[in-house]
Ligand binder design. Structure first.
Ligand code: GRF
Length: 216
């Protein structure tokens, strides 16, 4: 009998390197990617999904009169698929409170900073400009608070002398590709959920910075 899979939908907007990491890990991580949805047509992440025979959908945000209308169409498409988990992977749209409330507790996001530091964009250059010694990645549940949902896991990298934003981003991206599949596998195996705005892993409430991903 086929192992019962946790079905996930991955939302992308671009290259999809995190999607690729999730695809590569899916065989051994207890989840199945049921569909990949992009808000932008023709992005390479859609090719990655097609190469793995994963159903793809493009819901182009430019085709909608408002953010709310886009969020409604996206939410309806996701409800049709009825996944256990929605994984934002390089997804560059801000999702409104109505969308989040529809799926709260079942949406993960990966953000290239050690939250709560540097929510928003251009995080690598901001960390360099601030003279920080380290930077990194956070995986968190999505709430209506942009990049502000409870953190599940973090992994840090050093900021090296004369680092450029590109070099630092590449170093962080390597960590992203390790962290994200691991966190998704925790959810798939029932070890991870959100309760009253807090992260619960193995029945324990996590601190605000989550766990370091080496935690098994
Ligand atoms: C990554 O840095 C991710 O943290 C951010 O979008 C960037 C591109 O992700 N959310 P991907 O290569 O499209 O997965």
């Amino acid at each position: 009998m086929e192992q019962t899979h946790c079905h996930i939908v991955v939302l992308i907007s671009g290259a999809g390197t995190n999607l690729q990491a999730l695809i590569d890990a899916s065989q051994s991580s207890g989840y199945k990617i049921s569909a990949v949805i992009s808000n932008r047509p023709e992005v390479f992440g859609l090719q990655r999904a097609k190469q793995d025979n994963i159903h793809t959908l493009t819901i182009d945000h430019k085709s909608f009169a408002s953010r709310d209308k886009f969020d409604q169409a996206l939410g309806n498409a996701i409800e049709e698929i009825n996944p256990d988990l929605i994984v934002l992977a390089g997804f560059m749209r801000i999702l409104g409170v109505d969308f989040v409330n529809r799926f709260e507790g079942r949406i993960l996001n990966i953000h290239p900073s050690l939250l709560p530091n540097y929510p928003g964009t251009n995080t690598h250059q901001r960390a360099i400009d601030a003279g920080d010694k380290e930077h990194g990645v956070s995986v968190h549940f999505v709430t209506a608070d942009l990049d502000g949902g409870p953190v599940i896991a973090q992994e840090s990298v050093p900021i090296l002398k004369d680092d450029t934003a590109e070099a630092l981003a590449a170093r962080v991206l390597e960590k992203e590709h390790i962290v994200y599949p691991k966190v998704v596998s925790w959810f798939a195996s029932g070890r991870l959920h959100m309760k009253a705005g807090k992260v619960i892993l193995d029945h324990e409430e996590l601190p605000d910075t989550g766990v370091n991903v080496h935690f098994q």
